[in-house]
Design a protein around this ligand. Structure first.
Ligand code: ZN
Length: 245
């Protein structure tokens, strides 16, 4: 079990509920007194280089992906950053990725520990638990960017297409994946061409919309330009992440 799960997360990051409310409040409405107190009580981030604007965060992700694609990833010094990460975390981006073993966000963006807050589920869709996790990342950890990362040849989306087309339920709990991806599949089902590719992209678009409009925390952060939610699709052949407008 991870530390986040074992401990009360608000205690783990040495943030009292009162401080959390201050942080959340600052996202919902700019209150000078609250902002002042938050600044006064905030401790130094373990990775100062991760304190970025939404645009700078995206630029860093894309540069990391370029290094990964070109086979010139950095050598990450995991040993010497352990001490800094014992007391907390301040990742520079959050990623909602498919669980597919061929997609590895930390590798794909050439990032180290404490850099990316990653939620993964087959089909990369935002459940209530994923939204809650992203709220935590944004409101408590100060993450400025969420990337919904679909990928080429996604088996979850492909299975949903076939299940809906053949009107045949998948076994076990897998119908829940189909239900989650179904809106994207249905939206492109009448279009010509590569239905799987189009459904993968539509699913990313749908979940970018779902996260960016999730009230009260994420939508307010987007409105206040403290957060950007973007989408991309990972190419299996070259590892390049194609960003979606
Ligand atoms: Zn997938």
């Amino acid at each position: 079990m991870c530390e986040m799960c074992r401990d009360n997360p608000f205690d783990r990051y040495q943030l009292s509920r009162r401080n959390l409310l201050i942080i959340a409040g600052s996202l919902l409405a700019t209150k000078a007194a609250g902002a002042k107190e938050t600044k006064k009580e905030a401790k130094a981030p373990p990775k100062p280089q991760n304190v970025l604007s939404p645009d700078a965060s995206l630029e860093r992700l894309l540069k990391g992906n370029s290094r990964y694609v070109d086979g010139v990833s950095l050598r990450h010094d995991f040993k010497h950053e352990r001490d800094a990460l014992v007391g907390g975390q301040n990742p520079y981006a959050a990623i909602l990725s498919c669980a597919d073993s061929r997609i590895a966000p930390e590798y794909a963006f050439d990032s180290g520990r404490g850099d990316l807050f990653v939620c993964r589920v087959a089909g990369n869709f935002a459940t209530s638990e994923v939204i809650a996790s992203m709220e935590y990342a944004v409101a408590v950890l100060g993450v400025p960017l969420i990337l919904v990362l679909g990928h080429e040849s996604c088996g979850a989306v492909d299975a949903a297409i076939k299940s809906l087309r053949d009107d045949k339920a998948l076994p076990g709990h897998m119908p829940s994946l189909v239900d989650a991806v179904a809106p994207a599949v249905k939206a492109v089902s009448q279009q010509a061409g590569d239905v799987l590719g189009k459904a993968i992209r539509q699913n990313v678009i749908d979940n970018v919309g779902k996260l960016s409009s999730a009230t009260p925390i994420l939508s307010a952060a987007v409105e206040q330009r403290k957060l950007k939610v973007v989408g991309g699709v990972y190419g299996l052949r070259d590892g390049r992440v194609e960003m979606m407008a």
